[in-house]
Design a protein around this ligand. Structure first.
Ligand SMILES: CC(C)(COP(=O)(O)OP(=O)(O)OC[C@H]1O[C@@H](n2cnc3c(N)ncnc32)[C@H](O)[C@@H]1OP(=O)(O)O)[C@@H](O)C(=O)NCCC(=O)NCCS
Length: 205
């Protein structure tokens, strides 16, 4: 259900990215028409355009190219360990989601050929706990433009639509950008003695 969230939005909408943190939650969202097939058009603070949509099985190559542009630090912050490549089976698995338990949004740059993936946000639902674990990633050249906040807000919205009671994730203690972003969104930190160097952040829904 939730993975169809964007495709269910008819007509598709065009929304600006979240404004700076100081005014992020004070501004109403705007809506204009855009190209439905590509998803929801979003414009970054510096005027670049991306399409936000649900991930698709055909995104494997774009996901692998996106991974290949990441720094070792960003890979470690996203996957919590080092990885030199994103193996094809794993990329396929990440693109072919089970909508009963997963939602994954991508930010696609359709101004280049082939289209490139600039950001990904996903959740995995734990039915027994009525909660979901999130992860988010924005390519470095596209960071500090509000995209991480946009993805997180959409994931939180999706968790609420699913009726979940909590969304949570592991974040490295050194990952100041992510901790700051989550703090602004109202997440709180939990101690994780069993995972040194890592903290669990959670938002009650
Ligand atoms: C963390 C990450 C998702 C942030 O994405 P982003 O698109 O740059 O974030 P945004 O532009 O939406 O920033 C939102 C807020 O987060 C905070 N923030 C983001 N980057 C920051 C940085 N480098 N230093 C301090 N604060 C930062 C700011 O408060 C920012 O608001 P502001 O720009 O209005 O001040 C991105 O850096 C990333 O992909 N990192 C690697 C993967 C990762 O760490 N994932 C999280 C664990 S799953």
């Amino acid at each position: 259900m939730a993975a169809n969230l964007l495709s269910d939005m008819s007509p598709a909408t065009r929304r600006p990215l979240p404004p700076p943190s100081s005014e992020r939650f004070a501004r109403p969202r705007l809506a204009e028409a855009t190209t439905p097939a590509k998803g929801e058009l979003v414009t970054t603070r510096d005027g670049r355009e991306l399409h936000l949509r649900a991930i698709e099985p055909g995104d494997v190559a774009a996901l692998q190219r996106c991974f290949s542009r990441l720094s070792p630090e960003d890979i470690r912050r996203r996957f919590l360990h080092a990885m030199s490549e994103l193996p094809a089976p794993m990329a396929q698995r990440l693109c072919r989601i089970d909508p009963r338990f997963e939602t994954a949004f991508v930010l696609m740059d359709d101004t280049v050929q082939p289209a490139e993936m600039r950001g990904v946000g996903r959740i995995y639902v734990d039915e027994a706990a009525n909660s979901a674990e999130f992860s988010v990633l924005v390519e470095h050249d596209w960071s500090r433009l509000g995209l991480g906040a946009l993805l997180m807000q959409r994931l939180v919205d999706d968790c609420r639509q699913r009726g979940l009671s909590e969304v949570w994730g592991y974040v490295l203690l050194e990952n100041r950008p992510m901790l700051q972003l989550c703090k602004e969104l109202g997440f709180t930190r939990r101690l994780t003695p069993e995972e040194p160097g890592t903290t669990q952040i959670a938002l009650r829904l």
